[in-house]
Design a protein around this ligand. Sequence first.
Ligand code: NDP
Length: 479
Amino acid sequence: MDVQPFLIDNTWVTGGGEPFVSSNPADGSELAMVGSADAADVDAAVGAAKRALENPAWRDLKPHERARLLHRIGELLDADSENLARLQMRDNGKTLRECRVLVAEAAASFRYFAAVCETFEGELPPPRGDNWPVTVYEPVGVVGAITPWNSPVTLEAQKLAPVLAAGNSIILKPSEVTPLIALEHARIALEAGLPPGVVNVVSGGGDVGRALVGHPGVDMISFTGGTKTGSAIAEEAGRLLKPVMLELGGKSPNIVFADADMAKAVKGAGNGIFSGGGQSCIAGSRIFVDETIMDEFVEGLRAFAQNYRIGPPEDEGTDTGPLASFAHRDRVEEFVEIGRGEGAKVLTGGARPADGVLAKGAYYPATILTGLDNSARICQEEIFGPVAVILPFKGEDDLIEQANDTVYGLAAGVWTSDYRRAWRVARAIRAGTIWINTYKQSAITSPFGGFKQSGLGREKGLQGMRAYMEPKAIYWSMD
Ligand code: NDP
């Protein structure tokens, strides 16, 4: 198998590291052999990215000219959407249906940030002396972007688009589990006509990420991934006084009050945890249910989970494909065993499929656990799989105390027909995103990120581009 190269300074290179295999979690087959960067490659990428910042072909572009390039990238993503969706499906196991939506979202991110770039303004604050102060926003510089495996096409676009819109250069390090989409992002950047060194992709494992974080030439790190890794990155970045944007893990509460529309709440809670195999930072993994409706809800969710079809990701009838890797499936399985050891009752799921096509892939069924309280390990630690824990609550105060009793603060859902209660609970939960009578909906226009150990900073929204810029105050004497 030929080694697939990555991109530095608009040149494809196979790198000085040991090439690695990317495989299809649906059947374990090898998809590609991918080149890996070593420290010298990271150094070369940083050099290229720094030169790009000084290159008039990039540095001197007016915002509307940068916006045109971003639109072009969006168009190229759209034009190749079916191939990209199939590639992501093969690399990480998400259903083809979901991958098509994700590619469209990635293209939309570029268009949105093109618009933000073109309309972004500086400020003229009122003077307080014989001068006129002007606030301008400048690119932060070379941005190191490190991404996880659960949704490469969108998560990578969510970094590339605002970083480029702000006039920076970028070095993207995708997860070793799903490296292939980042190579497509590199190809598209090249086709769109970005000058050398503006977009660089270095594939490889955690060491490549560490080399980026520790490199003195990288001005900022934007990371999406696990909280433990995020904390290690923040520590190193703190030592170097380097700004970081961190989008980390979650253990989000999805809350069902007694006055909720039961059918909608069951479906919303089910999709909130089982879609995408639960491999989502915002998965509603702790489902809190008013104790007075517990039996009815549990029966509803059990039926939902049992009808949730796992299967080959390209099949139209499949609700969820395999998990992204065999190693991750083993980890999810281990968590369910920890839950059992803690005394959980497994209502449905809880064992990998034993026969047929599914036995060859990294499949794991929708699983529901009950009988634990919120202090159990599986209620506190992120599983990142299709595993829901149902927890009872008694009244709003008890609910808020339990829902906030977590180190995470990424998202929450509230199901109720009382709009006053919805508002009270939405304000009392310490999390970056709250859904009321819906779950997992998102828009590139709204800020996204976490409270507490779910992260630092916000992606998306108007501020999403500003996050990659340095404000500068310039005073003009009027004396
Ligand atoms: P990891 O934290 O393990 O890895 C994320 C990325 O960091 C990968 O590219 C990884 O490389 C790299 N990496 C690993 N160690 C280091 C290090 N010390 N320094 C720099 N880079 C490093 O996360 P996963 O890939 O397992 O992704 C799952 C996690 O991502 C979950 O916790 C999930 O909640 C979180 N996530 C958060 C989102 C959010 O927006 N808040 C969205 C999606 C996911 P490699 O994989 O090659 O080892």
